[in-house]
Ligand binder design. Structure first.
Ligand code: FES
Length: 78
């Protein structure tokens, strides 16, 4: 795991660090760690995360979860 991803994980509360290898986006089968990695690498909007990972590109049911991770990692709002 790269340094940026490690730093991003350090910002997350324990509840958001669970099940990293399970799909955060069920519709497109995108694991949570892939979403965190994209955010850590600079994606600071849900649209950017969607472009990189396809998460939230299904019926949008995981949008709030993606937004929450962005808030925690880029805006220090956890
Ligand atoms: S779970 Fe991600 S769009 Fe539905």
């Amino acid at each position: 795991m790269d340094d940026k991803t490690q730093q991003a994980l350090a910002k997350l509360p324990d509840i958001l660090k669970k099940d990293l290898n399970q799909n955060l986006c069920m519709c497109n089968e995108v694991p949570k760690i892939d979403v965190i990695r994209a955010i850590a690498a600079g994606a600071d909007t849900r649209e950017k995360v969607q472009q990189i990972t396809y998460a939230s590109d299904g019926n949008g049911c995981c949008r709030r979860q993606v937004a929450r991770l962005i808030e925690c990692i880029h805006e220090d709002r956890c």
